[in-house]
Write a protein that binds this ligand. Structure first.
Ligand SMILES: Nc1ncnc2c1ncn2[C@@H]1O[C@H](COP(=O)(O)OP(=O)(O)OP(=O)(O)O)[C@@H](O)[C@H]1O
Ligand SMILES: CC(C)(CO)[C@@H](O)C(=O)[O-]
Ligand code: BAL
Length: 282
């Protein structure tokens, strides 16, 4: 695996593959890799001959009081995992390359980027959209893969790519979970054992709400019950909601819907989401 920190070397490697007619996949990450990331890498492996993984802890998507400074950084372990998985190129852009002096451009995705996590983490999706636009332009992959764990992020990126006519396929990869149902996340490492045990309430609450609504129950009542389960488990709830799966706005009968939640346990903010399977109960 090549480890590359300069744009001309990245472009050179990708141009060589392109010239040979090979498809290139990009998996953007912030590192501290776990099996969720590796599922993206495996899907990328199936989708293209050449796989590029980027690791960049993007300061623009962290709010002033968020965890940028303590975000886990594990470059050596990450690099070994990616090499073992057969990744061809690890793209590690330095922060000065991403945001040199004088950088002033901001990519803002209105609507889908402004609600839910966009409202609770002001500026977050601008930071994501800006860095993803840059990563796509740097690597110019045929396909880029993102996890459904960050469902709203995936929806924001799909909108961005459609609106700006970016010539790349976006593929969402299903959420990878621990045996008890907790979604894998780099931030799970912040949980002390007691919080980790309680954290299972997050996927459980979503599952309870999903089954109640799919059975024909009132959505607001089911969401209130889910919020109550989270509070009982010791979470502070940012939101538990049912939304249109594409716009993240109000759900519309006949269109795919998603249940999404964000909640804090101790100092750790976790997110999760599941589809509303209205066919569950026939
Ligand atoms: N459990 C998971 N299943 C599938 N994809 C995942 C999972 N966790 C993360 N991803 C995806 O991996 C990519 C990189 O995510 P990132 O590096 O931020 O990891 P993370 O575990 O989501 O970290 P964080 O705890 O900061 O949210 C994103 O597309 C994200 O959706
Ligand atoms: C897509 C991403 C790599 C952009 O920094 C990040 O938000 C992430 O890891 O999900
Ligand atoms: N995986 C989402 C990145 C973030 O929370 O900043």
């Amino acid at each position: 695996m090549q480890t590359v920190r300069q744009l001309d070397a990245l472009r050179g490697a990708v141009a060589t593959w392109r010239a040979a007619g090979e498809r290139v996949a990009l998996v953007p990450t912030m590192g501290a890799l776990h099996d969720g990331h590796m599922a993206l890498v495996e899907a990328a492996r199936r989708a293209a001959q050449r796989v590029v993984v980027s690791i960049f802890v993007n300061p623009k998507q962290f709010g002033a009081n968020e965890d940028l400074a303590k975000y886990p950084r594990k470059e050596l372990a990450d690099s070994r995992m990616l090499a073992a998985a057969g990744v061809e190129l690890l793209w590690l852009p330095p922060v000065e390359l991403m945001y040199p002096d004088g950088f002033v451009t901001n990519v803002a995705v209105r609507g889908v980027g402004e609600v839910l996590d966009g409202a609770h983490r002001p500026g977050h999706f601008d930071g994501v959209a800006t860095v993803v636009t840059k990563l796509l332009n740097q690597v110019r992959p045929d396909i880029a893969l993102f996890g459904e764990k960050d469902w709203q992020q995936l929806a924001v990126i799909r909108r961005l790519v459609a609106d700006l006519d970016l010539d790349v396929e976006i593929l969402g990869v299903p959420t990878q979970r621990e045996d008890d149902g907790l979604a894998l996340s780099s931030r799970n490492a912040y949980l002390i054992p007691e919080e980790r045990t309680r954290a299972v309430a997050l996927p459980r609450a979503l599952g309870v709400a999903e089954r109640a609504i799919a059975r024909g129950g009132d959505a607001e009542t089911a969401l209130a019950q889910a919020r109550e389960m989270l509070v009982t488990a010791g979470f502070e709830v940012d939101y538990v909601t049912l939304a249109d799966a594409e716009t993240l706005g109000d759900p519309i009968e006949g269109r795919p819907m998603r249940l999404l939640a964000a909640a804090r346990i101790g100092g750790t903010r976790l997110i999760d989401n599941i589809p509303l399977n209205t066919n569950d109960y026939g």
